[in-house]
Design a protein around this ligand. Structure first.
Ligand SMILES: *Cc1c(COP(=O)(O)O)cnc(C)c1O
Length: 256
């Protein structure tokens, strides 16, 4: 693998780190409570190696087809100090097997049938797969996730929680959400708050659901997410470069 000059990634990562630390400090949290996942979708292997060289140990991909071309190549490169590979994008049921095989954590489990498939394949591979349940708390139609934007939908989600937690080869670690794309990160705040509140309600109803992780916040809103309790932020453009903000460009990037 060729050496690349990566002054931008170095500077960008430094900048993101400073902002994460400042957001933690504002709300009295420790920096180590927040895991930074560098979202490497559409990025080259060289850019990913460059990020690794400056200390990134969590990488996130949103399409299994792309992850299948990258993870097997990079795993041996990173073998000395392994990366944790996060699947953060929608998983189609027919792709559950490679996801269970290749990924170390799946953020985007959005239905009981998908969870049951991942459980089956993880079992066949003799592994216990850490997962997050993706929740749609905003009611935006374009979003994946268990619907939970009103009382009835929250109740029907809660009714499935026992079955999800019982799957022997999955380890539910918490919840994930995506805020609607908006120019002002403050608009995402109530979405993040609702995800945290939903987790707190679940803890009361289901003692097994300690579910410490909250995966929320991306380039445009990770600082607000940290203020609202995020334990995992998923940051792509702020680390690897690319257009900052601008809904249309952004949606294109998500769909790529
Ligand atoms: C692309 C993507 C991100 C990162 O987006 P940026 O705005 O580039 O930080 C986070 N989460 C998911 C699910 C994504 O698809």
């Amino acid at each position: 693998m060729s050496m690349v000059q990566s002054p931008d990634i170095v500077a960008n990562l430094h900048h993101v780190e400073e902002r994460i630390a400042a957001a933690c400090a504002r709300v009295g949290r420790e920096r180590r409570e927040v895991t930074l996942v560098a979202v490497s979708k559409t990025r080259s292997l060289e850019e990913m190696v460059a990020a690794y060289r400056v200390g990134v140990r969590h990488l996130g991909e949103n399409r299994i087809e792309e992850a299948e071309t990258k993870i097997p190549v990079l795993r041996p490169v990173f073998a000395g100090d392994p990366v944790t590979w996060h699947m953060i994008g929608h998983v189609q049921s027919r792709k559950a097997r490679p996801v269970a095989e290749l990924c170390d954590m799946v953020h985007s489990v959005d239905s009981l049938p998908l969870a049951m498939r991942l459980d089956r394949y993880a079992g066949e591979m003799g592994k216990r797969l850490p997962i997050l349940l993706e929740i749609n708390v905003s009611g935006e139609e374009s979003k994946y996730g268990f619907p939970a934007w009103d009382q009835d939908r929250c109740a029907s989600f809660r009714a499935q929680v026992g079955a999800l937690a019982k799957l022997a080869h999955l380890e539910v670690r918490g919840l994930m959400t995506m805020a609607p794309v908006a120019a002002d990160p403050e608009l995402a705040r109530h979405v993040f708050r609702r995800l945290r509140e939903l987790r707190d309600v679940l803890r009361q109803h289901a003692p097994f659901a300690t579910w410490p992780e909250l995966s929320m916040g991306m380039t445009d809103d990770y600082e607000v997410a940290i203020e609202e309790g995020a334990t995992i932020v998923r940051v792509g453009r702020a680390i690897f470069g690319g257009t900052l903000s601008g809904p249309s460009t952004y949606q294109e990037q998500l769909n790529r």
